[in-house]
Write a protein that binds this ligand. Structure first.
Ligand SMILES: Nc1nc2c(c(=O)[nH]1)N[C@H]1C(S)=C(S)[C@@H](COP(=O)(O)OP(=O)(O)OC[C@H]3O[C@@H](n4cnc5c(=O)[nH]c(N)nc54)[C@H](O)[C@@H]3O)O[C@H]1N2
Ligand SMILES: Nc1nc2c(c(=O)[nH]1)N[C@H]1C(S)=C(S)[C@@H](COP(=O)(O)OP(=O)(O)OC[C@H]3O[C@@H](n4cnc5c(=O)[nH]c(N)nc54)[C@H](O)[C@@H]3O)O[C@H]1N2
Ligand SMILES: [Mo]
Length: 731
């Protein structure tokens, strides 16, 4: 399913041109029939009458009206060149949202767009999500994309930090039926520990639920590392011992010397003895994995916590060990080459213009987008291209961004199927077709999957007249912004193929080394540019697959369990795992200061996800809306009583970025001192076309943030664990 990281295979029932049913594909090599409510509602989502069927272009009176594709691209081509020519490449900002990791277009074209534009103003959902993990991986392994995933099928012990896969279906760990895999772990005698301030459905399944105070996981993790050293529980044998592939082990021991369980216990609000037990259990398990997700990333010490997760896996010998945490090898990954020192990973090669935030992985913090549009001066963003992104709801201080988008831009383009809180500001909206009309391949998630496999799915239903394939939309957009407006979209794919192959044939480690690039290009299979690109990537990849291999296997190709990849995967300058990178060491004093932090009487807010939601954009599907999927403030009975709040009462929540009023859900599933409010709500702005969502708008939790709270190393917004004032709303 192209809407979720679990990537389940679906069998669709199609009547005429409508998808009338969806069930799990029992023959799928990976998902084996698993399906969740989102998959089951595929038909309804696909046929949502609110989806845009034609481009929209803003007319002279400022109204968005339906337009032809030619009018839409003509408008972009005419209006995007002047700001670039007058103010240079950084005058164009690009915003990439989450669904780019789900679509083929999003995997294939944004890199081409960005290299053509040469703008430094790139903002993505990563700085609301997993950027801390990219940074820690970049620093540890030399490659921001080298993210180890827990080997769910073979682990004997799992320590989950700030992840709730029973509702999210998992993330940075692609696993259809994650819940089933956790249950199977318990059935085979394995153990599960969940660290979460809420007793989630995942926590309820665990052997041990650790209800930590939000934002303090880096302290807990540092203490776990401390115990490994103190009690001599480290094990680096599988990595060839410290001398072979890991450096700076003693430096880490020294750097974390004062993070004893006793020192962190009060800040984390945990028992020091329990912290020691968790470390011992982790070390004793024959194979174990520590896995951290949103609750460990979108927090004040997100990069440190992400780093510590891997440090724990490394020191317990579980990195690269079957049953531990391993690096997947996807069919479109580059074919492995011999281990060798690499270029390493650089942070802060440039900084944002207004606040000087360092870049990470070529991106600037999305929390700083509004100021980069608003603040006058050379280098200001004057044109914006937003692809599959709804930052007005998903990023901090949407009201400010809303104003910036409506008044600060010469041109805004949205590639989005909906007219929503963000795309309503666009001058040109380019709507992709429904998922049933789109071919699918998981470029992003196969590289994060708990089992190596690949599946290609051609569009299930032919494209209706008037719609345009999203790959073609992206290709035409690239041509329009680069002054090649009007050229055939296949020119973009041909150019990428030529450039890639020219490099590959000259690369001694490439499977096509020494071949003729033109001849090889001519031999590629595929009816479309994107198909030929996929075929090329497969052929250049580690398994020597072709598009035809995947076409012949609609239920997927099984490429086997995860296998050890160290040292081949390492690209650090030393060629080893650099366990204590400089930027991490420099950030430790900030963590040390957090040892003394104590609650100041205010409640601390965390988010949550509901199985039938998906960030901001699935509230318009009737089958997913309603029931327990509501935007409410969860609060512990003791806190509710203290504040005079009863179940269903309206609470006022206030923080640095603003205030909002929201009904209260009194529940002891959140710990005391903590309230929880889901994100992606607040569908009450005018000028949108989301009729179902607008009927139950909810409130935008991110309006509580002013955009100033970031994890400094990654630029990731602190969306979890920030203080709020809660009171009874006066009617
Ligand atoms: N407070 C708080 N805020 C959060 C989070 C949180 O946990 N708490 N989570 C954060 C996370 S993890 C993420 S990833 C971000 C997500 O942030 P965004 O990516 O900005 O938000 P989404 O809601 O995923 O919006 C996706 C957009 O893509 C559009 N879309 C859907 N399908 C397609 C398609 O096939 N093609 C195209 N071109 N567009 C499509 C939708 O209409 C929508 O406008 O939100 C973040 N915000
Ligand atoms: N149903 C559904 N599924 C989704 C999405 C969705 O919106 N809805 N979004 C998708 C996306 S884009 C992503 S990135 C993934 C995210 O996947 P997950 O990370 O599994 O998602 P969450 O449910 O947000 O889980 C985060 C958990 O962290 C806890 N938490 C908050 N603060 C802290 C803290 O300081 N410490 C600790 N230890 N825990 C904390 C929260 O209570 C919550 O239970 O989900 C994906 N799947
Ligand atoms: Mo995400």
């Amino acid at each position: 399913m192209p809407l979720c990281e679990a990537t389940c295979g679906l069998t669709l029932t199609i009547e005429g041109d409508r998808v009338t049913g969806a069930r799990g594909d029992r023959d799928d090599v990976f998902s084996a029939g698993f399906i969740c409510p989102k998959g089951a509602s595929f038909g309804e989502l696909d046929a949502d009458p609110d989806r845009l069927r034609t481009p929209l272009v803003r007319d002279g009176r400022g109204e968005l009206r339906e337009a032809t594709w030619d009018e839409a691209f003509d408008t972009i081509a005419a209006r995007i060149r002047p700001p670039i020519e007058e103010h240079g490449p950084h005058a164009v900002g690009v915003v990439l949202g989450n669904p780019n990791v789900h679509t083929m277009a999003g995997g294939l074209y944004p890199p081409v767009l960005l290299s053509a534009l040469r703008t430094r103003n790139l903002f993505t959902a990563s700085t609301l999500d997993q950027m801390p993990k990219h940074v820690s991986s970049g620093l540890l392994y030399g490659s921001a994309g080298a993210i180890p995933v827990p080997d769910l099928d073979r682990a004997a012990h799992l320590l989950l930090i700030g992840a709730n896969p029973l509702d999210s279906n998992g993330s940075l760990c692609t696993a259809p039926d994650f819940p089933g895999k956790l249950k199977a772990l318990r059935r085979r005698g394995g153990t599960l520990t969940v660290v979460d301030p809420r007793r989630t459905r995942t926590a309820a399944l665990a052997d041990r639920h650790v209800a930590i105070r939000p934002g303090t996981d880096a302290l807990l993790l540092a203490a776990l590392v401390h115990v490994l050293f103190e009690e001599d529980l480290t094990d680096l044998a599988d990595l060839g011992g410290p001398a072979a592939h890991v450096q700076d082990v003693d430096e880490v021991r020294a750097a974390l010397g004062d993070f004893t369980p006793e020192a962190v216990a009060a800040a984390c609000d945990l028992d020091a003895g329990e912290i020691r037990t968790i470390a011992r259990e982790l070390a004793a398990a024959p194979a174990a994995a520590v896995y951290g997700r949103i609750g460990s990333c979108t927090v004040a010490h997100g990069t440190l916590a992400s780093w510590l997760v891997d440090v724990l896996n490394i020191l317990t010998g579980n990195l690269d060990r079957p049953g531990g945490a391993l690096f997947p090898l996807a069919a479109t990954d580059r074919a492995p080459r011999p281990a060798a020192p690499g270029k390493g990973f650089a942070l802060g090669r440039w900084a944002s213009r207004v606040s000087g935030h360092p870049e990470a992985k070529g991106e600037l913090p999305i929390a700083a987008l509004a100021e980069e549009i608003e603040t006058p001066g050379e280098g200001r963003i004057r044109a914006l291209i937003a692809i599959a992104a709804n930052p007005v709801l998903s990023a901090p201080d949407g009201d400010r961004l809303d104003r910036a988008l409506s008044t600060g831009l010469d041109l805004m383009v949205s590639v989005d199927p909906y007219l929503n809180e963000t795309s309503r500001h666009a001058d040109v909206v380019l709507p992709p077709p429904p998922p049933s009309r789109s071919a699918h391949f998981d470029f992003a998630f196969n590289a994060l999957a708990v089992h190596n496999q690949a599946r290609y799915t051609p569009a299930a239903v032919p494209l209706d007249p008037g719609l345009m394939d999203e790959c073609e939309i992206h290709a035409r957009l690239i041509l329009a912004v680069t002054g090649m407006h009007g050229a055939a979209p296949s020119a973009v794919d041909d150019m990428v193929i030529e450039q890639t192959l020219t490099k590959a044939v000259a690369d001694p480690h490439s499977p096509v080394h020494g071949q003729d690039a033109k001849e090889f290009a001519a031999g590629l299979t595929g009816d479309t540019g994107p198909e030929r690109r996929l075929d090329m990537m497969l052929r250049l990849g580690p398994y020597g697959l072709t598009l035809d291999d995947l076409r012949a296997a609609p239920h997927g190709v099984d490429l086997g369990p995860l296998r050890p990849r160290v040292p081949q995967v390492l690209r650090t300058r030393s060629g080893r795992i650099e366990l204590l990178p400089g930027p991490i060491a420099d950030d430790l004093p900030r963590l040390r200061r957090a040892l003394d932090q104590r609650p100041d009487g205010r409640l601390v807010l965390v988010g949550r996800r509901h199985l039938r939601s998906n960030n901001s954009w699935m509230h318009n599907v009737p089958a997913l809306a309603g029931g327990s999927n509501r935007c409410t403030l969860q609060i512990h009975p003791a806190d509710a009583a203290r504040l005079g709040l009863g179940d269903g009462d309206l609470a006022r929540v206030e923080a640095a970025g603003g205030a909002l009023e929201v009904p209260v859900d009194v529940t002891d599933t959140v710990r005391t001192g903590v309230v929880s409010l889901p994100h992606g709500w607040g569908h009450d702005r005018p000028g949108t076309r989301l009729s179902v969502a607008a009927a139950r708008p909810g409130v935008n939790v991110n309006q509580l943030l002013d955009g100033s709270l970031l994890d400094p190393l990654s630029g990731t917004a602190v969306l979890n664990g920030f203080p709020v004032e809660v009171s009874a709303a006066t009617a």
